[in-house]
Design a protein around this ligand. Structure first.
Ligand SMILES: [Zn+2]
Length: 490
């Protein structure tokens, strides 16, 4: 069934345990092969997920949604530091894809779209998972859950949760789109969907953007936005969630030039992830095997990141050659011509699409996992926890501390913090021993700590401590803005 829609890849193959299924792409109907080794290399890194979840809550990166009510399943809220980190990632994407190029335009399409969009895209008919319910414990499973013994609906089938036999109902198709109603009547004519992907908002605006900007093929349209999928088995912190944010770009090209552009975007996108500071050894291309490809897809590669532990290598971005599937579907369902007119050559055609689709939440998680480390510090009994974030991504760029809370140091420190705040996110802290204040900043990835001491009051210099090398430099307070500017340039 799923073969009729986009991103129908065999993530099920790589994720025999379906709690690790990728949220971008519903599982295929391909049975789980005995060996997944070549598809998903063994992780080389330790599992830091549990520690990260705890740090994220304690320091205000990520909270469980509606926690005081017991939480909402696999929905997360970004706290004061998390929203900065994720915003920095989205800004880097927007800058590299839209602002730094003249061949890509940005849009922000609405979440609610005409319901026919999802018929054309194949989601109404095909975005389904086969689901079974246990009559005894009321738990739900995907029908292809490898933990189910026997055939659901038959007396021999055993529930993986409560262990009862014969309580699993027959598999039924479950659509992963969230449905709601537009207007006061809750009838079938007023059903609308929360978009399960942002891409369709780009396809339906293809001609609007092309004609209003006078772009010529090849050109792209990019957007960042929320998408929703009613996943049956989400999990792994913000790796697979029911509400998530995508950064998608659709690049429209002349048929015949598509594979050249596909290769170009593969290289570009990998380079972007490396520039975020993700370790080279943790990044890999994963080609989709023929049986993993949707029928219309001409080629597809994932960029995978090694999350460590049991999660291992998982998709953070997909790069797809989609042919003219999307535009031709919308042309057919809407009855409106979506052809591009190539004036110099006097010909009309439906462009092919190269898509790059990256999860903002997954990239955030990758950046956190990649940066997390615990280490001992020479000459100190207490070790430290560090988030080695790329300085351009760090939520707080510098901590500003008076060494002691007297002799005019707090006044000078406040003045410096206020000045720097015009350009950077700054955290002022005068509580506790200086070592403890450094540790608190290390743990949230702050690249620099500025300390105002006795010498500052006499000659106007301050110390700047580097998070990673622990080296301290004396810098004239009047030069701090320039100093940080140089260090923080991506
Ligand atoms: Zn049960």
């Amino acid at each position: 069934m799923r073969n009729s829609i986009r991103r129908d890849a065999g993530s099920g193959m790589r994720d025999a345990v379906n709690c690790f299924r990728l949220s971008y792409r519903p599982a295929s109907r391909i049975p789980h092969p005995a060996s997944r080794a070549y598809l998903s290399p063994m992780p080389n890194h330790p599992d830091v997920m549990e520690k990260l979840v705890s740090l994220a809550k304690r320091r205000g990166f990520i909270f469980q949604s509606s926690e005081i009510y017991g939480g909402t399943g696999s929905v997360w809220d970004y706290g004061p530091l998390g929203v900065e980190l994720k915003k920095n990632i989205k800004d880097r994407w927007w800058h590299s894809m839209v602002r730094a190029r003249d061949d890509i335009e940005g849009i922000d399409a609405a979440i609610l779209m005409h319901p026919r969009v999802w018929e054309a895209s194949g989601h109404v008919a095909g975005f389904v998972d086969p689901l079974v319910d246990c009559r005894n414990c009321k738990k739900r499973f995907r029908a292809d859950d490898p933990r189910i013994k026997g055939t659901p609906g038959q007396p021999d089938a055993q529930c993986p949760a409560c262990g009862m036999k014969g309580t699993l109902g027959e598999a039924r198709q479950f659509n992963l789109m969230f449905r709601t109603f537009m207007g006061p009547l809750e009838d079938s004519a007023s059903i609308v969907y929360l978009r399960p992907e942002t891409a369709q908002g780009i396809y339906v605006n293809f001609l609007n953007v092309q004609q209003s900007t006078r772009q010529k093929v090849p050109f792209g349209i990019a957007q960042i936005g929320k998408a929703f999928r009613n996943e049956i088995t989400p999990g792994n912190f913000i790796f697979r969630t029911r509400e998530f944010e995508q950064m998608e770009m659709q690049f429209f090209v002349e048929p015949g030039t598509d594979m050249t552009w596909f290769e170009y975007w593969k290289a570009q996108r990998m380079e972007w992830h490396r520039a975020l500071g993700l370790e080279e050894s943790r990044l890999e291309f994963h080609p989709h095997a023929k049986e993993e490809l949707a029928h219309y897809a001409r080629a597809a590669f994932d960029i995978q990141f090694d999350f460590g532990g049991t999660l291992g290598f998982q998709e953070i971005e997909g790069i797809h050659n989609r042919g003219d599937f999307d535009l031709s579907q919308h042309q057919q369902y809407s009855g409106k011509k979506l052809e591009y007119f190539d004036q110099p050559n006097n010909k009309r055609y439906l462009p092919f699409v190269i898509e790059t689709s990256v999860g903002a939440d997954r990239t955030t998680l990758a950046v956190l996992v990649n940066g997390y480390r615990e280490e001992t510090v020479e000459g100190e009994s207490e070790g430290r926890t560090v988030l080695g974030l790329h300085p351009s991504l760090a939520p707080i760029k510098a901590g500003v501390f008076p060494l002691v809370k007297k002799d005019g140091m707090p006044e000078m420190a406040h003045r410096i913090a206020d000045e720097l705040r015009a350009a950077y996110t700054i955290f002022y802290d005068d509580g506790g021993a200086i070592g403890r204040r450094y540790r608190r900043q290390d743990e949230i990835g702050t690249p620099f700590c500025i300390t105002i001491d006795g010498e500052s009051l006499t000659n106007g210099t301050v110390t700047v401590r580097d998070r990673d090398t622990l080296k301290q430099e004396r810098v004239d307070a009047s030069q701090l803005k320039t100093y940080l500017g140089e260090k923080l340039t991506p």
